[in-house]
Design a protein around this ligand. Sequence first.
Ligand code: AMP
Length: 409
Amino acid sequence: MEFKEFGLADGIMEAIEYMGFEKATEIQELAIPLIMQEKDVLGCAQTGTGKTAAFILPVLHQMMKDPKPGIRTLIIVPTRELAKQIEQQIQGFSYFVSIDSQSVYGGGSSEWEVQKKALTGGVEMIVATPGKFIAHLNMGYVNLDTVEHLILDEADRMLDMGFVDDIMSIIAHLPKKRQTLLFSATMPDKIRKLAAAIMHDPQEITLALSKPAEGVLQGAFLVHNHQKIPLIIHLIKDKPDYSSIIVFTSTKTIVSELVRSLKLSGFVAEGMSSDFEQERREEVMQKFKARKIRVLVATDVISRGIDIKDINLIINFDVPKHAEDYVHRVGRTARAETTGVALTLVNEKDMPAFENIERLIERKVLKMALPIFLGEGPEWKGRERSGKRPGRNRPKWGKRPPKRDGNRK
Ligand code: AMP
């Protein structure tokens, strides 16, 4: 579907053209008309589907149609990175229209003042993380009576991060008559309950749930822990095609250890986790986007919602605890119909969790052979034992040869 068919305001169409978007994505095609009709929308869509534009464009359109003062749109998101990214998109889409936006997250005293000024001085669109927004709200100077659109993005993530009380207390300050849009990568019961509590007759849109984009080549290595770092070095050494790589890990301590090992092996690598100061996180992200860092080692801080283009290789240093996080991590590659590779290192302990992922994505991930110099990895111990150990040492007849007696070396 072409964007011009939606009937969006001229200034918005100009920005869409400027950004080079030609056709609407599926979520845009489904959500934009409903949001323009002022319906509440409950959207189940993964990142990379174009969902940010799916809610920003029609909301901007409504705001332009009927200009009014005050904070009119409030977007609540789980992480600073996502807030920043959404604000950048808003700035792009509103380039030709007179609507101001401000992100509200983290930062020191000078940022606090900037945020306070925006919250009290006529900025119409706010993108905020719950904690920081509540901090301003508690100071008593934020007037939310003018809010017409509430958007919760990555709602499942916010609930996982324990933000439900914060969200409910923000909503308590909002007018009852408003449009509420809730986007979530997954739709567990707790999201449905939240939706039932805060939305009015929501129209539901579900895109194919929790499956990595078709263009991603997925593979897994069955490894012992000590084999992981040498394997990663082997995988990326002398492979110039992998020019932009993210290694995800669940553990903050691994971030520093892995970055150190990669640097010692001559790679340009940097780490990012919630332990790092915001300023440092932004600097690393900027450099990574500018291709000045080849390997970014990160915890799940950046796996959701973050839009970095043209990552050609994702490595999961470990299997994420929640199967949906796998989809988010892998979703960093092969965005917008490109191709990418996602490899997961699976130790014996993580095998059941990896099987859960395979069930979620409804696909068996290819188990790949370890390079010979690393020795043997563990055998596949999934509940479905079809795959067993992949690789070079496996005899063609599928069983180990009978043990010879005595002094076999
Ligand atoms: P999102 O799922 O919102 O994170 O968007 C993923 C990426 O797709 C962003 O870089 C958007 O700028 C881009 N995008 C969104 N909609 C379109 C579209 N209709 N055509 C091309 N790119 C798009």
